[in-house]
Design a protein around this ligand. Sequence first.
Ligand SMILES: *[C@@H]1O[C@H](CO)[C@@H](O)[C@H](O)[C@H]1NC(C)=O
Ligand SMILES: *[C@@H]1O[C@H](CO)[C@@H](O)[C@H](O)[C@H]1NC(C)=O
Ligand SMILES: *[C@@H]1O[C@H](CO)[C@@H](O)[C@H](O)[C@H]1NC(C)=O
Ligand SMILES: *[C@@H]1O[C@H](CO)[C@@H](O)[C@H](O)[C@H]1NC(C)=O
Ligand SMILES: *[C@@H]1O[C@H](CO)[C@@H](O)[C@H](O)[C@H]1NC(C)=O
Length: 460
Amino acid sequence: MSPSAGGLVVFLLSVQVIQSQDGWGVNYDETDVCAAKGSEVDIICDYTPPPGIDPSDIKDRFWFTKEKDGEPVDLRTDSEYSGRVNYTCNSYIKSCYLIITDVRESDSAEYKFTLMTNKPGEKYTGSPGVTLSVTGLQVQVRRLNSTWLELTCHSSCVLSDHPGYAWSKNGENIKRGSSLLVSSGSTDRYSCYFRGYPGDDSPAVYGPQRPSVSVSPSAEMLEGDSVTLTCSTDANPAANYTWYKQDGTSDPRLLSEEPQLIFSSIQSSDFGWYFCTAENQLGRKTSDFILIRVKYGPQRPSVSASPSAEMLEGDSVTLTCSADANPAANYTWYKEHEDSPRASGQIFTITDFTAEHSGNYYCEAQNEMGRSNSTLLLITESGVDRTTMIFHITRWPLLVVMLILLLVFCLWTRKKKAVSSTTEPHESREAVEMDLHPECEDLSDMAAQREDPEEQEDRV
Ligand SMILES: *[C@@H]1O[C@H](CO)[C@@H](O)[C@H](O)[C@H]1NC(C)=O
Ligand SMILES: *[C@@H]1O[C@H](CO)[C@@H](O)[C@H](O)[C@H]1NC(C)=O
Ligand SMILES: *[C@@H]1O[C@H](CO)[C@@H](O)[C@H](O)[C@H]1NC(C)=O
Ligand SMILES: *[C@@H]1O[C@H](CO)[C@@H](O)[C@H](O)[C@H]1NC(C)=O
Ligand SMILES: *[C@@H]1O[C@H](CO)[C@@H](O)[C@H](O)[C@H]1NC(C)=O
């Protein structure tokens, strides 16, 4: 109902006097009023004083919902209604109406009209009064299938003029009717309202936005710290939250169904990627991944040399140091027994290697949490330069030839000794000398062993 001329027509037509005891009477136009939240409500009554009472004898007349010490409290003095109530009364037609603007759900109550004359104790209250129900609109969500949702508009009482419902999307009016189909996961804001009362929209319903994640007290964490991850988003109905940890390629592991994920004492093993989801009836959204890394000092660095730790003069070698640390470590290279560093940086290259470079090297990894020295890495000159290396490669065939020559020589001297011992016994001195050459014996043994397998083969 509105305070327009229409309201006036209603009250003129509804004049019907209910006689009451002593001739008093109060008649209400309607006894049940349903009003949309935020709208204006008019409650109308006509009253009849007993015969003989002059309008000037009416001392006071007002509306009330509450009594204090058995006395009705004028709505105009009730702070909950301050600035929102007005009475328009007419003593000649004996009618009075109450106007409440911007009605609230808390205004739902029984409203009664009371009259009192200037005679003490002479008062009359129209009871029962008018029951006012103030309804907000609510959107209910029902999932039809994986892609579609049905929104329906609900009010807790029916407005007397049955205005019907209409829908708005992001504040723009889109459709009439009590229901609306929307696609799942939408973050658009849908609300319904009574047609003709566009100001009194239902609270908008909308799916969650992509949730944001905050880390408290800060993203810099040390082992043992208490850390709280909070997932939040805007959604109506309020979203529920789920926390997951993603390890490698396996399925995410569910950790918590609370908006907050709490580590009472975080460990470096909690390292990893985390994310949360926010879900309500309209849809579900996933946050960005958040990397949890606990700060720690460098572990013992590992060192390696490339191409190898055995050097030839003039070569280059690259030494690499690496240590697990958070934040990343910086590196310093030392040669054993030297105080000042040789280099800084993860990679240390020795070019044009000389004998002076030979020795034990190690690196020190350092970050704000601490430092750690690697084991020693021995870099040595392999003792041969390139020309001797060539000799190394070529001398083996030469050695074989020399061995064969030596063997032939040994065999020849043996044979000669045998011959001379039969012919000339005095020459035994030579044979004694030959026996003093153990290589000869070894060589002949070797030669014999070599021949053995062949002989066996022949026999087979
Ligand atoms: C009450 O109504 C009268 C007359 O219509 C108006 O002058 C006055 O401002 C109204 N007061 C309030 C509080 O609405
Ligand atoms: C979902 O439901 C709507 C409305 O009933 C229908 O039009 C649509 O084809 C359905 N979609 C699927 C994927 O089932
Ligand atoms: C979160 O809300 C969705 C949609 O209302 C519901 O299906 C789901 O069961 C809820 N999850 C939890 C953990 O409450
Ligand atoms: C290495 O890091 C430490 C701690 O952050 C710093 O004090 C030091 O100066 C750094 N050293 C080099 C060579 O950058
Ligand atoms: C690593 O070696 C350097 C140089 O000898 C030394 O000053 C430093 O204290 C060592 N650091 C650790 C953690 O032992």
